[in-house]
Design a protein around this ligand. Structure first.
Ligand code: WT7
Length: 662
């Protein structure tokens, strides 16, 4: 959904008056009750200090929050801890070593069960291996792996050693990996020979070979997990994971790091072509990840089986597969593959097989399940489920209702969780034992979190009002800066409402008359495709990098399945344009070549759904591309006022060109 959505749709949404209170009995045993909101409002810092005590600190903090250098926050100042110790060792020490940490399910059907005691051994071995490569606290490690247990071992080993990791999604291209490695100056890359996708083995290491080939690459070593057994080429930087890690000792002496020691960098798209390296640190981040995982999902670590279907390449995987659940001593499922391999009931098969009780997924997948048909989940028991979560984009009320009825069997509360890579952890969400939910609304900020909706001038709007979502108080999991570009951090998030000191989230939002929040999608040039953030500029830059393209404009058009789909308008260079005009086939060939080109430059997720070859682009008199008009074209809407156009005949040219199939 975009903010250009016709008002009628919005009004329909806000007229949603169905509410679903917590099921009978749920509230009575819930981890959090309404009283938490009161306490947190009275004294937020005291509330967060209480939450920080969920963790084991080597040294207690002296100040909960130092905001004197705003917008640069320091949380739990003076405190020291080891993040990996909190996620692993302490559970073994407290007698839960035999508890299953991870039920891992490979796409081909192979499985691995890993207890907390075994996890401790694996993380210690991996930490010793990384030390043997000469890495020291503060050095960066890139992780480019499929959803295999080694991804978790690697992240936790980095955390244990104070090595900030930069996980790069396995679906990103060699070029995307190269720029991320260069930006963070990572010295080591951890990867796999290949990865299983839709039933077959696809190469992965070959992309690393390409990404580290430059003579000036900072990468010294590439550690390779053997996952698929496919052939790989080998260089003298490469070492097999099993050769490096398996022989290492399971003893590893811990070191505590300051609360503000960097934990990871994770790249996300902004409004320019260059992805931003979002920096998260240790104590505050882990506090909020652990607290929200416990509160929002009502986690009972002794009995629940939790499953988050995200990939560790995204922040959801960081906070709700690795750090949150493991800090809480949860038992979780990690599934390697695609949801329709070998059949469209794979997820429900896994839910029944492991007795999954908490299931956390994305609206785009829920809509896909709807398309596949209710009879598929209908064949499974699904009676172990008790809480359902959603994240990544606004969830449409129909999808919400389907999720509740068909998967939750009208029995499970749904938590629609709003947050961002930058916020580190969940910010706005119902609490399953407290909140009466409305289909499509993320409801209210969590206890300890404060948000507001403001107008263009930064003035707060009340119930029924709409505008921009802002966060008006610091929170423990907040990003600390953009790696290597602190000015961009200040400009991007803190300059729009600098006078008020608010964090600008980049999302439109509206309050209904009950004061519940409805998130309305991005207000900047960032698209949301299947819950993944991709900037229009990033795709435009990729297109313009192709020799046949002179100019490109990209918009996100609403898409029934993926939320938004990428639609590109390109103007060709002289030669290419002449060829296309005389020969229809070369136009079609070029379009498919351009789609492939974007896939290689960024990754398959950024491949445009549609590319239209045009002669002109609509621009304002000041030369800015009018994306609103292009979005209207892409969504087949009537064009509104085009009088601010530099040349209003341009739109006619584009639309008639479209009609004639160019
Ligand atoms: C953007 C953040 C948070 C992890 C996954 C995405 C959108 C996310 C919701 C939701 C409406 C949502 C926002 C946000 N978004 N969750 N529950 N309702 N919109 O992380 O890639 O950093 O993207 O995703 O637009 O700004 P991300």
């Amino acid at each position: 959904m975009t903010t250009s959505e016709p008002a009628a749709t919005l009004d329909n949404l806000l007229a949603e008056d169905r509410t679903f209170p917590p099921p009978d009995g749920f509230a009575a045993t819930a981890n959090v009750t309404a009283e938490a909101y009161r306490r947190a409002t009275e004294d937020p810092e005291a509330y967060w200090a209480e939450q920080a005590r969920r963790l084991s600190w080597a040294t207690e903090w002296t100040d909960v929050l130092d905001w004197t250098d705003a917008p640069h926050a320091r949380w739990f100042v003076g405190g020291e801890l080891n993040v990996a110790y909190n996620c692993v060792d302490r559970h073994v020490e407290s007698g839960n070593g035999e508890r299953v940490a991870i039920h891992w399910e490979g796409e081909p059907g192979d499985t691995r069960t890993i207890t907390y005691a075994q996890l401790q051994d694996e993380v210690c071995r991996t930490a010793n291996a990384l030390t043997s490569l000469g890495l020291q606290a503060g050095d960066r490690v890139a992780i480019y792996l499929p959803m295999v247990p080694e991804a978790v071992f690697a992240m936790l080993a980095c955390a244990r050693l104070g090595l900030p990791h930069s996980v790069v999604f396995g679906g990103f291209s060699a070029e995307a990996l190269r720029t991320r490695i260069a930006d963070a100056q990572a010295q080591v890359v951890i990867t796999a020979d290949g990865q299983y996708r839709r039933g077959s083995a696809a190469p992965l290491k070959s992309a690393v070979d390409e990404a580290v080939a430059d003579r000036d690459s900072p990468v010294r070593s590439v550690v390779v997990v053997r996952r698929t057994g496919i052939d790989v080429s080998w260089t003298d930087k490469d070492v097999w994971w099993h050769d490096l890690v398996d022989g290492q000792s399971t003893e590893h002496t811990l070191q505590a790091f300051p609360s503000e020691h960097p934990l990871f960098i994770l790249y996300t798209s902004g409004t320019t072509g260059k992805p931003k390296g979002i920096l998260h640190t240790s104590g505050g981040y882990l506090t909020q990840a652990a607290y929200t995982h416990w509160a929002v999902f009502d986690l009972k670590p002794e009995t629940d089986v939790y499953w988050c279907t995200a990939d560790i390449g995204w922040v959801t995987g960081h906070s709700y597969i690795v750090y949150g659940p493991l800090a809480n001593g949860a038992t979780e499922v990690i599934y390697e593959g695609t949801p329709n391999t070998p059949h469209e009931g794979r997820h429900w098969d896994i839910v029944d097989k492991y007795g999954v009780s908490i299931y956390y997924t994305a609206p785009t997948l829920i809509r896909t399940f709807m398309k596949w048909g209710s009879e598929i989940p209908g064949r499974y028991r699904l009676d172990s489920l008790r809480v359902l979560g959603s994240v990544g984009e606004p969830i449409n009320p129909e999808a919400w209702m389907w999720y509740r009825q068909t998967i939750g069997r009208d029995r499970c509360p749904i938590v629609d969780t709003w947050w961002q890579t930058e916020t580190g952890a969940i910010m706005i969400s119902p609490l399953p034992g407290v909140t009466a939910t409305k289909p499509g609304s993320a409801m209210t900020p969590l206890p300890g979190i404060s948000a507001a909706v403001v107008n263009d001038d930064g003035v707060r709007v009340g119930p029924g009002g709409g505008g921009y979502l802002v966060l008006d108080r610091p929170w423990p999991g907040m990003l600390r800066t953009i790696w290597g570009d602190d000015q961009r951090f200040v400009d991007t998030y803190w300059s729009r409402f600098a006078a008020q000191g608010y964090y600008f989230a980049g999302d439109g939002a509206k309050y209904d008359t009950d004061g519940a929040l409805w998130l309305l999608g991005r207000v900047d040039d960032v698209m949301n495709v299947s819950g993944h953030r991709i900037s229009t500029t990033e795709v435009e830059s990729a297109l313009v990098a192709h020799p046949s393209v002179a100019e490109a404009a990209v918009v996100g058009a609403s898409d029934e399945m993926t939320g938004q789909g990428i639609v590109a308008f390109v103007i060709l260079r002289g030669d290419a344009a002449a060829k296309v005009q005389t020969d229809g086939q070369s136009g079609a060939d070029l379009v498919s070549e351009l789609r492939k080109h974007v896939g290689t430059q960024i990754g398959p997720i950024a491949r445009p759904r549609q590319i239209m070859i045009v002669q002109e682009l609509p621009k304002t008199r000041s030369g800015k591309i009018m994306r609103r008009l292009l979005r209207d074209v892409a969504e087949h809407r009537d064009l509104g006022d085009v009088t601010t156009l530099q040349d209003s005949s341009v739109m006619e040219l584009i639309t008639t060109g479209l009609a004639s199939g160019k």
